[in-house]
Design a protein around this ligand. Structure first.
Ligand code: SF4
Ligand code: SF4
Length: 407
């Protein structure tokens, strides 16, 4: 049987429009009764990377959250919601993102995303233990609500990656140290989905984030909602919308390989509105292939000459220290020499290129820079550039960063 993906035009965050569009999407997938039973406990899992206003497009929009709450409560399921933000307490982050107020209004409880249960999973030839939040395990089912965004490491952050938030707190960062390469990290994300088995994925793509996502990019109108039970097929459809090779998103080949879903066009039934009308080929996303694990290891001795690296724009840095806190490397790969006067400084030889610092900076002060030699390698491998790699940052700020980091 084919995986079904519903793509629907939705030009506005008007509640009535969003709710009726969501209802149409669910009907196209077979209706509520094929997905849920009355009285079940369902967890809503939005993307709450950190506390930001909905206009910044860092988090799932509150109107999409409200629309699905109304539909599911009318049907008779019991709802909770939760996520494990990159930093900040869940309730405070959800309030800033506008979700907490909606949850209070509809009596949707806050799930426990602090305590965890440990599970064993097979990853390659290893058995590893991973913690999953009690809130995600106690529910009868999960509705995942990813935001349509770019990502420095995985090209896009979509349906598959949204479940990383079911791993509580600092364990998420710890995974970057344990699985520093994109392929192994992608396999881990797929395994988390296979364990949690969300019933339904709904991607908020009415306003998306392009460029330096998932935290520092720019809002862009995509005017769509995507629904599917297959997160790999949903992410592959997102790729099609932005003209990105799905094979460059590490969770997609990993998801196919490990049996989570499919990205093959002949195995996907696309329902709803015509994709060509909603397609946006100018969407600013990294279009080069990710560095393969084997290449990453081979390049490691020359990493500062070749591999993409995070850099700080001194003009934008507010010296808040969130990037330092977010760095998962023991002993940290960036630190303040003098916080009163200067931005943090990278120690690139320690940096594992997880880009958590870039992801978490709330002031758009960290960007990903690919050295000249790295750009030649990318060209050789057949990739393109993001707009930022073509030079969003001025030469002045580049040289300021180089001198500050003592490289
Ligand atoms: S780079 Fe960003 S996160 Fe780091 S100290 Fe500056 S503003 Fe804060
Ligand atoms: S400095 Fe940034 S990219 Fe490097 S390891 Fe730390 S968080 Fe990851």
């Amino acid at each position: 049987m084919k995986s079904r993906v519903v793509l629907l035009h939705c030009p506005t965050y008007d509640l009535t429009t969003v709710q009726s569009t969501l209802q149409r999407g669910i009907d196209l997938l077979g209706g509520l009764s094929t997905l849920f039973r009355k009285g079940e406990k369902i967890l809503l899992k939005p993307n709450l990377l950190y506390g930001q206003s909905p206009q910044r497009c860092v988090t799932t929009h509150p109107v999409v959250f409200e629309g699905i709450i109304r539909i599911l409560q009318d049907y008779g399921v019991v709802l909770s919601f939760g996520d494990s933000p990159g930093y900040g307490k869940l309730s405070a982050v959800a309030r800033k993102a506008g979700l907490h107020q909606i949850a209070e209004q509809y009596h949707v409880s806050l799930a426990d995303f602090e305590s965890a249960h440990w599970h064993e999973i097979e990853l390659g030839s290893n058995t590893i233990r991973i913690p999953l939040s009690s809130g995600s395990l106690e529910a009868d089912g999960i509705v995942s609500l990813p935001k349509m965004k770019t990502h420095g490491l995985t090209r896009i952050t979509g349906a598959v990656k949204n479940q990383l938030g079911c791993v509580p707190g600092f364990h998420k960062a710890e995974f970057h140290v344990r699985f520093p390469n994109t392929e192994s990290f992608a396999s881990l994300l797929v395994k988390i989905n296979l364990l949690l088995k969300p019933r339904l994925y709904i991607m908020d793509g009415i306003m998306a984030m392009e460029g330096e996502g998932p935290g520092s990019g720019d809002p862009v109108q995509m005017e769509c909602l995507l629904l599917s039970q297959d997160p790999v097929a949903l992410d592959a459809t997102f790729c099609k919308l932005i003209d990105l090779d799905p094979l460059f998103v590490p969770t997609i080949p990993a998801g196919e390989r490990l049996g989570l879903g499919t990205a093959q066009e002949d195995k996907i039934e696309l329902l709803g509105d015509p994709l060509e009308k909603l397609k946006r080929s100018s969407f600013n996303v990294k279009r080069n292939p990710p560095v393969k694990d084997v290449t990453f290891r081979a390049l490691h001795p020359f990493r500062n000459l070749v591999l993409p690296q995070p850099r700080i724009d001194p003009e934008r840095c507010k010296r808040c220290g969130i990037c330092v806190e977010a760095c998962p490397v023991p002993g940290k790969a960036l630190a303040f020499a003098n916080r009163k006067t200067n931005h943090p400084v990278y120690v690139y030889k320690r940096c594992i290129r997880c880009f958590c610092c870039h992801e978490m900076c709330p002031h758009k002060a960290i960007y990903i820079y690919t050295p000249w030699l790295g750009r030649q390698v990318i060209q050789f491998l057949g990739g393109g550039h993001t707009l930022s790699e073509k030079g969003r940052i001025s030469p002045e700020s580049e040289s300021a960063n180089v001198s500050a980091s003592g490289r």
